[in-house]
Design a protein around this ligand. Structure first.
Ligand SMILES: [Ca+2]
Length: 306
């Protein structure tokens, strides 16, 4: 199981320091206008335009109100998430679903997982989209984004887990002790008031190369303006390999009662769409470079987010 409590102070401080090195927020006011949308498309309802990426999975959640999404299944012990009839999936209190499809892709395949999400505004819900690599001994979990909401100090964060601490209440971080601590980046400060993750839909992405060593996370509005771009510390253990399929998970957990903060009115996470896009390695040029050269600091304008 994934931890559901706020992470320890030391972890957050370390993650914050790492974030300073790699988080390169782009001021929204100076970002270029979204002039690349094809005529007729709207920034509210369509994924960002892409070139060179092939769709592997897409769900726009356009089914009738109350109907379960056909490409996902309910996790045992959890509630189902259902469509709301307005083109969105309502991931309510205690809902958790997994993509029925999973993908084991050739090494060198570039993968980008993106979802358009509106987070709950409560202090009692903990919502997440993550890439699950289902090997308990080698999880390689990528948290595309997770949110504790506006009332909790953690707000939204992203990162990855290599290990699950099954004894969160014993005061010992077994994962860190084993050299497998999570890498987490808080990003709430990258959003502007009025467009915070619980006030506006954002497109949250994680991109990686199968068998590579780095994950690039970003959040964009519907016009391609980025709130943040985060490049993870290079570590092959944090990127899915090709031996096991990875799946997608959406969840809405309760925070533990002792950490709950009253307030807020919307406990659901709303999901407009989810996509997985890929670029397969060129057979004529199998030496596909990693998404980023870890040795080279990359300004946000050059990070290959599209
Ligand atoms: Ca939709």
């Amino acid at each position: 199981m994934r931890p559901v409590v706020v992470r320890g102070r030391r972890t957050r401080v370390l993650a914050g320091l790492a974030l300073l090195a790699v988080l390169l927020p782009v001021p929204l006011a100076s970002a270029p206008a979204g002039a690349t949308l094809p005529a007729g498309d709207t920034s509210e309802s369509d994924p960002a335009p892409t070139w060179g990426w092939e769709p592997l999975f897409f769900d726009g959640f356009d089914g009738p109100a109350g109907e379960a999404p056909a490409q996902w299944h309910q996790m045992p012990g959890w509630d189902l998430a259902v469509q709301n009839g307005q083109g969105q999936l309502d991931v309510g209190h205690l809902a958790q679903i997994r993509s029925t499809s999973g993908w084991a892709l050739p090494a060198g395949t570039q993968v980008r997982v993106t979802a358009s999400l509106l987070m709950p505004d409560t202090g009692t819900n903990y919502t997440a989209l993550w890439v699950q690599h289902p090997d308990p001994a080698d999880p390689r979990e990528i948290d595309v984004v997770e949110s504790y909401g506006p009332l909790k100090p953690t707000g939204v964060q992203l990162g990855s887990h290599l290990c699950y601490d099954e004894t969160l209440d014993d005061g010992v971080d077994e994962c860190a002790a084993a050299g497998r601590a999570p890498e987490l980046f808080p990003v709430t400060q990258s959003f502007v008031p009025g467009a915070l993750p619980w006030e506006a839909f954002w497109q949250y992405s994680a991109a990686f190369t199968v068998g590579g060593e780095q994950v690039v996370y970003d959040a964009q509005d519907g016009s391609g303006n980025a709130a943040y771009t985060v490049a993870s510390t290079p570590d092959a253990r944090r990127v899915p390999g090709n031996a096991l399929p990875f799946h997608l998970r959406l969840s809405n957990k309760d925070v533990d009662p002792e950490y709950a903060v009253p307030g807020g009115v919307r406990s659901s996470m709303l999901v407009d769409w989810v996509s997985v896009e890929v670029k397969y390695p060129d057979p004529a040029d199998p030496e596909v470079p990693p998404i980023l050269d870890p040795a080279t600091p990359v300004p946000p304008s050059e990070v290959p987010v599209s």
